[in-house]
Design a protein. Structure first.
Length: 499
């Protein structure tokens, strides 16, 4: 039996993986979305399901009351030590945080700041079973610190809560010919060496490096162990080594795919006769390969569809900022009931905290949802969006004359407010089925059905990413500023189907 890459064809950015017994657990960057630190589970490294999140709110809470799409949780590392799961991540504006839990589903501790500072990113801990010492390595974001292409190492208290020294640069990428943007280190012990598996060269065209030293603080020697070569997998790097119970070695990494974000590939790995790792097909990523030698599993992928039973939404959804009470109302039936939250920024979805999002699918797909607008408030609106540095949405709006209209709007990356992508149309029933077909290159075609059959709307919209985050699908309900309750909207039968 074989598998085909990518094994996670959506924006599960900066993956890290740990094995506990027969189970594999993966976490990924979640940036400014809430809940954050997604937790995925697999038994075969190919089929993954989303089982929860380790971070229910971003802290400090006041910093994330409004969207900060490219900030928040960067490049986490997940480990299992002393019968607990541990996740470390860097917030580039605050420092290195840690949470831990006795089980993957929690309860997870509140974030603990391990090292404060600007530009501290991509931390990874190591508890050295041979010596009983604990260590932590991290990289630097030049945008915050003025420093990059360096890895700093610390001794860490064995309880994982604090660092025991000021830190030392253990790898200076400027001293390695041809290397730049060294970041994302993952720290291991193997065969008497300290190993750092770290990417360099940037997210779009970079490569995977391996570095080794007999002592944690160096000196390290380096080698490129995975790069694009003559494949169509650009920039294959930044991921995790994991070993199966039978001793097979595998490496999971990302590929940057523009509006789709960073999709996850699985590569075979072995240790060469010279003691260095060999990843993929002699250092080139594989498109297809024999599955890991693990018990066969049924096909699985993180959920996308949702009927919103009782008004609750599935784990695949995240808000664009810390949520507040009353945004979504639970009830006795099916359907997501979103309050039309009043906002002075209703004209720009990029500034709205109460957009409920999930990842853009990496293959051509159709997204559909039914929408009913329950608001009598002039200017109240609700819809289905493709959200990035540019955005487009289609939905319903209550006009100043009291009628409901179907509207389709968009905004370019540099635009400060949205404008019409098509002429508004009457929607006298206040109901509509909305559809977005996402084709090659994330080119999106919008359409609607007001009860008399599907009709296309507006020109093609090319989805765009944020700086570090892939484009998102979003559901929202809004109203202009004012007083009093502005009503609500109900979304039902959310579906994503392959085209």
């Amino acid at each position: 039996m074989t598998y085909t890459n990518p094994v996670l064809d959506a924006d599960w950015s900066d993956p890290d993986v740990v094995r506990v017994g027969d189970d594999f657990y993966l976490t990924a960057s979640s940036f400014g979305r809430v809940p954050g630190l997604p937790l995925l589970h697999s038994r075969d490294l190919v089929n993954w399901t989303l089982v929860g999140h380790a971070l229910q709110r971003l802290e400090p809470a006041a910093e994330f009351r409004t969207p900060r799409h490219d900030c928040g949780v960067w490049a986490p590392s997940i480990r299992h030590h002393e019968d607990r799961f541990w996740i470390y991540w860097g917030d580039p504006d605050q420092g290195i945080f840690q949470v831990n839990a006795p089980e993957i589903r929690g309860p997870w501790t509140r974030p603990h700041l391990v090292k404060a500072g600007k530009g501290l990113i991509d931390p990874c801990p190591l508890w050295d079973e041979e010596s009983g010492e604990a260590y932590l390595v991290h990289a630097w974001a030049k945008s915050r610190s003025g420093v990059k292409n360096r890895l700093t190492g610390h001794r860490m208290h064995p309880d994982g809560t604090e660092l025991l020294d000021e830190g030392k640069v253990i790898v200076d990428g400027d001293r390695i010919p041809g290397w730049f943007t060294l970041e994302g280190p993952k720290l291991y012990r193997h065969d008497g060496w300290f190993w750092i598996l770290a990417p360099a060269g940037g997210v779009e065209t970079g490569w995977q490096g391996a570095l080794r030293s007999r002592g944690f603080f160096g000196p390290y020697e380096e080698r490129i162990v995975l790069e694009q070569k003559d494949t169509d997998v650009n920039g294959p790097h930044q991921g995790a080594w994991v070993r199966t119970p039978s001793g097979e070695d595998w490496f999971l990494h990302f590929q940057h795919k523009g509006p789709y974000g960073r999709v996850v590939h699985l590569q075979p790995m072995r240790w060469g006769a010279d003691g260095w790792p060999v990843i993929g097909d002699d250092g080139a990523p594989v498109a297809e390969h024999e599955k890991p030698g693990l018990p066969a599993q049924p096909p699985a992928a993180p959920a996308t569809d949702d009927d919103f039973p009782g008004g609750r939404f599935g784990r695949q959804w995240s808000w664009t900022a810390n949520p507040r009470a009353g945004w979504a109302t639970q009830h006795s039936g099916d359907g997501l009931r979103l309050t039309c939250v009043r906002s002075a920024d209703a004209h720009d979805l990029r500034r709205i905290p109460n957009v409920l999002t999930q990842r853009l699918p990496g293959t051509p797909s159709a997204v559909e949802v039914d929408l009913t607008l329950h608001s009598e408030e002039p200017g109240a609106r609700a819809g289905l969006a493709v959200l990035g540095d540019a955005f487009g949405w289609i939905g319903l709006q209550r006009g100043s004359d009291g009628t409901v209209q179907l509207v389709h709007r968009f905004a370019e990356p540099v635009a400060e407010r949205e404008r019409d992508a098509a002429h508004p149309l009457p929607a006298p029933e206040g109901r509509v089925r909305l559809r977005i077909e996402i084709g090659a290159g994330a080119r999106c075609r919008f359409s609607y059905d007001l009860g008399d059959g599907p009709r296309s709307s507006g020109p093609v919209f090319a989805a765009t990413p944020w700086r570090w985050v892939g484009a998102l699908l979003g559901l929202f309900a809004l109203a202009p500023t004012g007083t009093g309750h502005a009503g609500a909207a109900t979304f039902t039968h959310f579906r994503i189907t392959s085209l």
